[in-house]
Design a protein around this ligand. Structure first.
Ligand SMILES: O=P(O)(O)OC[C@H]1O[C@H](OP(=O)(O)OP(=O)(O)O)[C@H](O)[C@@H]1O
Ligand code: HPA
Length: 178
């Protein structure tokens, strides 16, 4: 698996340091409130586990599964809900946790869907932001790292369901996905 990686873009130590900072910022912003963190399956799971432990106000967790990529490296643009929330979100402070915002199509769909259920507030936290690929504008409240237009893997992110368990964010060798 490691032999498929061309180079490490964000190391394990850099991820840990930045997540500590994000946790502190979120803790300060939500003082006196309770958060319902909504992880977007499956990519956000690894980040969600570390981020929630860096937040010091009460955090409940729930998950939604959506898919728009299939086995390729381009969004199909068609977002499907594969698993809905278990919690009632009306009147709650939602923190959507994503691994990456790329075209922005997944989040645009998700935000509209969640807003219609009348939460008290919605904020978005993404580990990675790839603005060069944006097709729909998305307001990001907490951004871990801005990355260039490479297909990245690791720390939850996959290519065809592989590489999610790499502890860093890396770029694959072109021959692996071409
Ligand atoms: O901004 P966008 O272009 O919409 O891309 C971002 C979305 O794509 C990835 O999910 P994917 O559909 O690959 O599912 P996964 O989380 O199970 O890997 C990622 O986790 C985001 O949810
Ligand atoms: O660069 C990426 N890597 C993995 N999954 C993704 N989903 C959107 N962009 C990416």
């Amino acid at each position: 698996m490691i032999n498929d990686v061309e180079r490490i873009l964000i190391s394990e130590a850099q991820l840990a340091e930045r997540i500590k900072e994000l946790g502190a910022q979120i803790t300060a912003d939500y003082a006196g409130k309770e958060i319902l963190a909504i992880g977007v399956l499956r990519g956000a799971v690894v980040f969600m586990a570390d981020l929630t432990r860096a937040i010091k106000v009460p955090v409940a967790i729930d998950f939604m599964a959506v898919s728009s990529y299939g086995a390729g490296t381009d969004s199909s643009g068609v977002v499907r809900i594969l698993k809905d929330l278990d919690e009632n979100i009306e009147g709650r402070h939602l923190l959507i946790v994503e691994d990456i915002i790329d075209s922005g199509l997944t989040l645009t769909y998700l935000l509209e869907n969640l807003k219609s259920r009348k939460p008290a507030s919605i904020k978005l936290c993404t580990l990675l932001n790839k603005p060069e690929r944006r097709k729909a504008e998305v307001q990001i409240d907490y951004n871990g790292f801005t990355v260039p237009d490479y297909f990245v893997v690791g720390y939850g992110l996959d290519f065809a369901e592989k590489y999610r368990n790499l502890p860093f964010i890396g770029i694959l060798k072109p021959e692996v996905y071409k």
